[in-house]
Design a protein around this ligand. Structure first.
Ligand SMILES: N[C@@H](CCC(=O)N[C@@H](CS)C(=O)NCC(=O)O)C(=O)O
Length: 193
């Protein structure tokens, strides 16, 4: 019974780790040795057949088959927010969280990590985000939640992977990244997951 999160060193597992730490959600942590290609071996492929981390198992006799196996960091975040974070009190709140997580994981991540989009699309997205972000607040207008976890964690990838990018044209983005980096719970999540 309970949650087990699988992730590698400095992988996207840091997002669900950060979320669960902020929300006080208990879980077991399994470090997948990606250097030894454990994520491409049968025991892990039984959890995520695509061989990517993070992945989550939720064991509960009330679940069909007694457990749920889940991959994709966005799907994991939304499941945690729904079932354990009790974040959503309406369909509209849930839909907004889904919107921002899909934006972070698909639109923003693609613009950041795809070289063909980094020069043009990525600055365009950052310019718009800069007008929407309230550093220290929530992108949804409520309290810190799963949408902020996804957006802020992706923004904080910037100085890690692309330290050469000058963020000064986007002060709200810059301040959001600084606040994320200074957050001890985020730091702990990043240290391992
Ligand atoms: N869209 C997926 C991406 C997962 C992903 O690419 N994870 C990387 C680590 S951050 C991985 O497992 N790479 C190993 C591989 O592709 O073999 C998610 O957000 O969970």
């Amino acid at each position: 019974m309970g949650l087990t999160l699988f992730g590698g060193l400095r992988s996207r597992a840091s997002m669900p780790r950060w979320y669960m730490a902020e929300k006080g959600i208990a879980y077991d942590w399994t470090l997948v040795d990606m250097g030894a290609k454990e994520h491409h071996q049968d025991p892990f492929l039984a959890i995520n057949p695509f061989g990517k981390v993070p992945a989550l198992i939720d064991r509960d006799p009330a679940l069909p088959g007694g457990e749920l196996r889940l991959f994709e960091s966005g799907a994991i975040l939304l499941y945690l927010a729904e079932r354990y974070g009790q974040e959503f009190t309406s369909d509209a709140e849930r839909a907004l969280a889904q919107q921002w997580i899909l934006f972070a994981n698909a639109t923003l991540a693609t613009a950041l990590f795809n070289p063909s989009q980094r020069e043009t699309e990525f600055p365009r997205l950052l310019g718009i985000l800069n007008g929407l972000l309230v550093p220290g607040g929530s992108i949804t207008g409520g309290s810190w939640g799963v949408a902020d976890c996804a957006i802020n964690a992706h923004l904080a990838y910037l100085p890690i992977f692309f330290p050469q990018i000058d963020l000064s044209p986007w002060p709200a983005v810059e301040a959001t990244i600084r606040l994320t980096q200074e957050n001890p719970t985020y730091q702990q999540a990043m240290a391992v997951g």
